[in-house]
Ligand binder design. Structure first.
Ligand code: NDP
Length: 451
């Protein structure tokens, strides 16, 4: 960073957010990109738009008390950040994971503002969650927790105010329990959550959307920048949750070969290509661990994640899709991928690459698609779910999927055109994504008067 205004904003941000490393990392990555925009548009500094953009409109922190199956009282922390509503109601997922804290929620909220802006749909940015750990909990405990969480959250959300969805640890089951509790308390059948079950207002293709969207985005980037596609390519995918599973599915449909999946304990390498049926049975039906894959599929190998063991990123591939969690891919991993000839890294997860890893990809000519662009298919399809709820109609799977594909391709083209306008390197989709996302929000903020 060189621009004095941008530097000053970052120094102040670090001071007031000391002890929040993920939040500072996300801010740094965004500010580095926005220098170009600041230099081109003096109105940004004059109106203190960076400072206003970086400060969330509202941050809510609440207690969630619930009873476990043994009758013991459990207490967790709940959060919601309502980051920016300049272009629409706050929108963003809810994460249940023991690592959730203010830093994680705020970094996710900040990224969400730009992501939602890129989708072209009228959605502001928000994010929420709890340090509740769903792993090992009974179905009854999950329900009790979701009900207790919504008993506080309901007063802050609404179909025209804030519309949450799922994220890590929150899938269709959890969204269903939260929706039921909201409806019970409010006595109103509102489109207040997305990712709902198909029998009560959910959209076809929402489950698949983030993973599919990531592949559509990467495929378009390959086509425009390299005149290539997924066909015949080896693809390394991390994670084995919602995003990873449907990235595996779409990779296969596009003619690529996904050779890995992982969870927080270890990773699978299957040189014959991941068997989707087995993956879904282990993760979606049995809610099991990825280790079981190696026990069921001959020729596949399981490697435990521990210091000294090779990481998933040591596998040679053409395309890498990190789809697990933040900071899962560091500089050493990036060096491995580049040495092995990776062409594109498209992020299904939010901020899975550390900042130095992202720089390394860009500096070494790898096409780098940041999460806020590459994984926007989930929230875009949530936006389509809101549209269907509003007109009280349901579109077919094919209709939603076609719109999703169109949105992902236009996100890529928007970034590509922004990059051209600002003279940014073609493979650097990060700078273009940040500028394109910010421009729209900043314009709306200016035109709506001071807030
Ligand atoms: P899930 O809970 O369905 O799956 C998360 C996966 O990541 C699991 O396989 C989990 O393994 C793994 N994981 C979690 N933490 C770690 C870790 N520290 N190291 C290695 N693996 C880990 O979540 P999603 O698939 O929904 O979300 C994945 C990512 O995609 C997140 O970054 C999320 O924010 C992002 N995202 C999700 C969207 C969606 O629509 N769901 C939309 C846009 C972004 P384990 O079971 O061991 O914890």
């Amino acid at each position: 960073m060189n621009n004095p205004y941008v530097l000053r904003v970052f120094e102040d941000f670090k001071k007031i957010n000391a002890g929040k490393p993920e939040y500072i990392q996300a801010c740094q990555e965004i500010l580095e990109s926005l220098e170009l925009a600041v230099e081109k548009n003096p109105a940004i500094e004059k109106n203190r738009l960076l400072e206003r953009f970086l400060e969330p409109e509202r941050f809510i922190h609440f207690r969630v008390a619930w009873l476990d199956d043994a009758g013991n009282i459990q207490i967790n922390r709940g959060y919601r950040v309502q980051y920016n509503s300049a272009i629409g109601p706050y929108k963003g997922g809810i994460r249940f994971h023991p690592s959730v804290n203010e830093s994680i929620i705020k970094f996710l909220g900040l990224e969400q503002v730009l992501k939602n802006s890129l989708t072209t749909l009228p959605m502001g940015g928000g994010k929420g969650g709890s340090d509740f750990h769903p792993k090992g909990k009974s179905d009854n405990e999950i329900m009790k927790f979701c009900q207790a969480f919504m008993t506080e959250l309901y007063r802050h959300i609404g179909p025209n105010t804030d519309v949450p969805a799922g994220d890590i640890g929150v899938g269709g089951r959890e969204v269903g329990y939260m929706f039921g509790q909201y409806k019970r308390i409010r006595d109103s059948y509102d489109s207040v959550l997305t990712g709902k079950g198909l029998s009560f207002g959910g959209s076809l293709a929402r489950t698949e959307a983030t993973g599919y969207g990531c592949c559509y985005f990467a495929n378009k980037a390959l086509e425009v920048l390299k005149n290539e596609s997924f066909a015949g390519k080896t693809v390394v995918i991390s994670g084995s949750g919602n995003v990873a599973t449907y990235a595996v599915e779409k990779t296969i449909q596009l003619g690529g070969k996904p050779v890995t999946v992982s969870d927080s304990n270890g990773w699978i390498y299957d040189p014959n290509g991941i068997n989707l049926e087995v993956l879904k049975d282990i993760k979606e039906v049995k809610r099991g661990r990825i280790k079981e894959y190696a026990e069921r599929v001959p020729g596949s190998v399981y490697t435990e994640s521990k210091p000294g063991n090779p990481t998933i990123w040591t596998i040679k591939c053409d395309i890498a899709l990190p789809c697990a969690t933040q900071n899962e891919l560091n500089l050493d991993d990036a060096k491995c991928l580049v040495a092995n000839g990776v062409t594109i890294v498209a992020e299904g997860a939010n901020m899975p690459s550390t900042l130095d890893a992202a720089h390394y990809f860009i500096d070494n000519g790898v096409i780098y698609g940041p999460g806020k662009a590459a994984n926007a298919g989930g929230v875009a399809t949530s936006g389509l779910e809101m549209s269907q709820n509003a007109i009280r109609l349901s579109w077919t799977f094919e209709e939603v999927d076609a719109r999703l594909k169109g949105i992902m391709e236009s996100i890529f083209m928007n970034i590509y055109n922004t990059s051209k306008k600002y003279g940014i390197k073609e493979n650097d989709l990060l700078t273009g994504a940040n500028i394109a996302g910010f421009d729209k929000v900043a314009d709306a903020m200016l035109k709506q008067g001071l807030f």
